[in-house]
Ligand binder design. Sequence first.
Ligand SMILES: NC(=O)c1ccc[n+]([C@@H]2O[C@H](COP(=O)([O-])OP(=O)(O)OC[C@H]3O[C@@H](n4cnc5c(N)ncnc54)[C@H](O)[C@@H]3O)[C@@H](O)[C@H]2O)c1
Ligand SMILES: [Zn+2]
Length: 678
Amino acid sequence: MSSKVEVKTQIEQLSEKLHHLNTKYYIDGVSEVTDQEFDQMLQQLQQLEEAHPEFLSPNSPTQRVGGAPTKNFPTVKHEVPMLSLSNTYNKEDLIEFDTRIQKDLGIQPEMVCELKYDGVAISLIYENGILTKAVTRGNGEEGDEITNNAKTIKTLPLKLRGNFPDKLEVRGEVFMSKESFEKNNEKIITENEIRKSEGKKEQPLLANPRNACAGALKQQDPKKVAERNLDVYIYGIVGNYEEIKNHFDALKTLQSWGFNIPNSFEKAKNIDEVWDFITKWDKERFNLPLETDGVVVKIDQEELRRKLGNTAKSPRWAIAYKYKAEAAKTKLKSITYQVGRTGAITPVANLEPVQLAGTTVRRASLHNANEIERLELYNGDFVYVEKGGEIIPKITGIEKSLREDEATPVEFIDKCPACNTELIRIEGEAQHYCPNDKSCPPQVKGRIQHFVSRKAMNIDSLGGETIEQLIEKGLISNYADLYTLTATKLEAMERFKQKSIDNLLAGVEASKQIPYEKVLFALGIRHVGSTIAEKLTEVFKNIDALFEATKEQIADVYEVGERIADSIVEFRNDPENIELINQLKAHQLQFELVEKENAGTLNDKLFVCTGTFSVFSRNEIHDLIKQNGGKVRTSISAKIDYLVSGEKAGSKLKKAESLGITVLTEEQFGQLLKGEND
Ligand SMILES: NC(=O)c1ccc[n+]([C@@H]2O[C@H](COP(=O)([O-])OP(=O)(O)OC[C@H]3O[C@@H](n4cnc5c(N)ncnc54)[C@H](O)[C@@H]3O)[C@@H](O)[C@H]2O)c1
Ligand SMILES: [Zn+2]
C-alpha cells in the first residue's frame, strides 16, 4: 500500500507529464511517446483519480480535451462542446463497453462503425446552406476560427444542395492524404535545394500527415493552406432534427447535401459484427488514401445517445478502438550518441534497413539510458521497431531468443562524443548531459541555431552551415555576438554574396522587434519551450521579474512546475548567462511583455500590404500589425492609413499614391513599430 502522499505525488507527476505530452502533440506536432504509451499513462492517471477522488483536479488531463485555442485566430466558443473519444486497444474493453451500454439501456442497441480518420477535428457551421464558420476543436470548449483556411479544402462544400436546415452544424476530420503528404515533402525538398544555394535556412520536412495537416491549418495565409491540398471527411451532425433519428441516416443525409463521407461506414447489430468490421479494416485500411488509426463505434439511435450522455471528456455512447502500431524485426548495428543544444545526449540506434508501414527504417530513437536499461538492450540484438507519430520509429522490444551467447549489454557512454567531457546526470532526470556548455561545439552551434529558429528570433537568413562558418571564422561564439556582426566583418565569410550579407544583417536587425515571449524561448533555457515561455511571460512581465522571482513563485505558474523552475534558477545563477542577457539588452532586444490591450502603437490604424518583402514575410507583417493594435485590410481606399509596400508593388501602390496615402517601406514600417515615426 502506498501512502497518500505518494499517491498525490504520483498523480501530480503523471499529470505534469501528460500536460507536457499534450502540448508537444497538439501545439508542436511532436509525439515523444507512442499513442499507446500515452493512453496507458492517461488510463493509469484515471484509475488513480478514481481511487482517490480527493486528488482529482478540474485541470487534470483526464478532464480536459488535449488542445488549446491559439492567439493567431479569433477564439470561438462551441455551442456544443467538441469532446474526445474514450479509446481502447483491446477486444475485452470493447465487450465491456457493450455490456455497460446494454445494462444502462436495457436493450442491445444498434451501432454504427466508422473508420477513425487521423487528422484534425473541425466544426462547420452552415447558414442557409452557405459555409459561414469553421472552428477547430481547441480545448473542446473553444477553438480557433479558421474559416478562410477551411474554404481552401476542395472536398468541403461551400454551398449545400437539397433540403438542408437553415442553421446546421456538422463535424468532421480535416486530413492530408498520403499522396499529398508525399507531394508536399517532395516540394519542400526541391525548395530546399534553392534555399541552400541562396544561403538560406532549409525548411524541415513534414513529419507525418496528421501533424502536417494541423500545421497547415494554423497558417495565416489561406494561399499557403491551399498549397498543402487538404481534404475533409464529415462524421456527424450536431443537434436534433425531426427527420433524422439515427446516425446512419444522418450520414446518408449529409452525403445527399454534398458532404464528403467515405462509404466505409456500416451498421452493426452486436459486438461480434463490430469485431468483424474491425478485423476487415485492420489490413484493408492501408489501401485507403488517408491514414486511419482505428474504428469508431457509435450507438446509432439519437434518443439512446441522449439517455447515455457524456462524461467531462467524452460521450458515453461511443468508443474508439485503436489499431496497434505495425512492428518489424531487425538487427541493431550500432548506437550513435547525439549532442543537443542543451547538452542532452540522445542515443540513436542504427539498424539493418527494414520495411515498415511503407517506408524503409534505418534508425530508431532510444531516448536515454533508462530506455536502454528498460529494454535490456545488448549489442547486436534483434529488435522490434514500431512507428509512433513520428518519422523516426521506436524500439519497442527485443527478440532475446536470437541473442548471441557472447553478446554484451549496451553500455552508455560516459564521455561526450563531441568534446570528451565527462557526462553528468541530474538527479531525477533520465537524460545524460555534457556539462561543457561553453565550448562543446554542437551545443554552441545548437544554441545559436535554436536562437535564430522560426519560433524564436526567426532569423531565417541564418542556416546551419552559415552558423558553423561564423563560429569557425571566430565571428561569433554565442548568440549575443550576432548583434555585433557588420558588413565589414562578414567579408571574411567564404562563398557569401553581398545579398546574403544584406539578408543576414537585415534579419538580425528585424529580430530586435521579436516579442519578449519569443526572446525568452530563444534563450534556450533547458525545458523552457515556446508554450512555457508564453505562460511565464504572462506572469513575469519582464525578464528581471522572472530572474528575481523565487523558485516557488516560478514553479507555481500553471503547467510550469519544479523541474522547469529549477532549470531557470540554474540558468540565472550562471554569471555568463547574465552577461549574455545584458549584452542582448544593450542591443535592444525585447525583454518586456507588450500587453495586447495597450499595445496601441498602431492604434486602430488601417494597413494594406503589397509587393514582396525581404526581411519579413507578408504574414509576419500582418501579425505585427495586429499584435500592435493595427488592422489589416486587403484593398486600398481613402480610409486606409498606410500602405506597406515591398518590391514589385503594382496597382495598389499607384492607387495609394494617387489618394495621398502614406507609403512605408519595410524598414519604415519597422521604425513605425518602434514608435520612431511619431
Ligand atoms: N503520443 C503522444 O504524445 C500523444 C499526446 C497526446 C495525445 N495523443 C493521442 O491522441 C489521443 C487523444 O486525442 P483526441 O482527444 O484528439 O482523441 P482521438 O483523436 O483519439 O479521438 C477523438 C477524435 O477522433 C476524431 N475522429 C476521427 N474519425 C472519427 C469518426 N469517424 N467519428 C468521430 N470522431 C472521429 C475526431 O476528430 C475526434 O475529435 C490520445 O488517445 C493519444 O492516442 C498522443
Ligand atoms: Zn560535449
